[in-house]
Design a binder for this molecule. Structure first.
Ligand code: DX5
Ligand code: ZN
Length: 221
């Protein structure tokens, strides 16, 4: 079977008991922690920053932390998140004046780098930076909130990005974020996605292990 990763978005976790809740979701079989950083500027919502990422590490969370920056500007937060224990750092191309420089900054700080494409963002920005990328994250909702409906046109986009990745011959993960659930994860995987962010479908299910197991079962069919 392919090396699929499931990355619960802590946006939907119990924020008053974050450490416990993240530990629980990892024990329930999740692979990564998806860490949504919102600034009330690039997106109309406000979440958490590097201090909370460090707090999770200090609490004993050892799973890869996948930091999704929905902030503008991005560069100042890159070294801070690297120091706070991030493994992956991704950002939106619209939010950086200097795409290549921001990607290089992530690499220089020892993290894996990626770009996040909104539903309406074209694939053009990938063309000259493929060699810098470890992950391409496709938004299947407009960023800012959990619990939105999956936008179906993302499937076609995922197929196109899968072709670009395969043609590049590079080891780049194809990740999807927004509205992923047990009912649609198989179809999304068939479009070439290997890394799945799911917030509400896991944290609001009341049974983390049950929902993650069901997702994996869909992926193994
Ligand atoms: C939206 C965030 C997502 C979101 C996913 O801006 O980037 O990670 O929390 O939540 P669900 O899975 O509920 O759509
Ligand atoms: Zn996200």
């Amino acid at each position: 079977m392919k090396d699929f990763k499931i990355a619960p978005s802590i946006l939907s976790a119990d924020l008053a008991r974050l450490g416990d809740d993240v530990a629980k979701v990892i024990e329930s079989g999740a692979d990564w922690v998806h860490f949504d950083v919102m600034d009330n500027h690039y997106v109309p919502n406000l979440t958490f920053g590097p201090m909370v990422c460090k707090a999770l590490r200090d609490y004993g969370i050892t799973a890869p932390i996948d930091v999704h920056l929905m902030v503008k500007p991005v560069d100042a937060l890159i070294p801070q998140f690297a120091k706070a224990g991030a493994d992956y750092i991704t950002f939106h191309p619209e939010a950086s004046e200097h795409l290549d420089r921001s990607l290089q900054l992530i690499k220089d700080n020892g993290c894996k780098a990626g770009l996040v494409l909104n539903p309406g963002t074209s694939l053009e920005c990938l063309e000259y930076v493929m060699d810098r990328l470890d992950v391409i994250l496709l938004m299947s909702v407009n960023p800012g909130f959990g619990g939105q409906k999956f936008i179906d046109t993302t499937l076609d986009k995922a197929r196109k990005v899968r072709q670009l990745i395969d043609a590049s011959g590079r080891d780049i993960r194809l990740e999807i974020d927004g509205g992923v659930n047990v009912a649609n994860i198989k179809e999304i995987a068939e479009a070439g996605v290997d890394t799945f962010v799911a917030g509400s479908a896991i944290f609001n299910s009341g049974d983390y292990k049950g929902s993650i197991d069901q997702m994996r079962q869909q992926l193994s069919q």
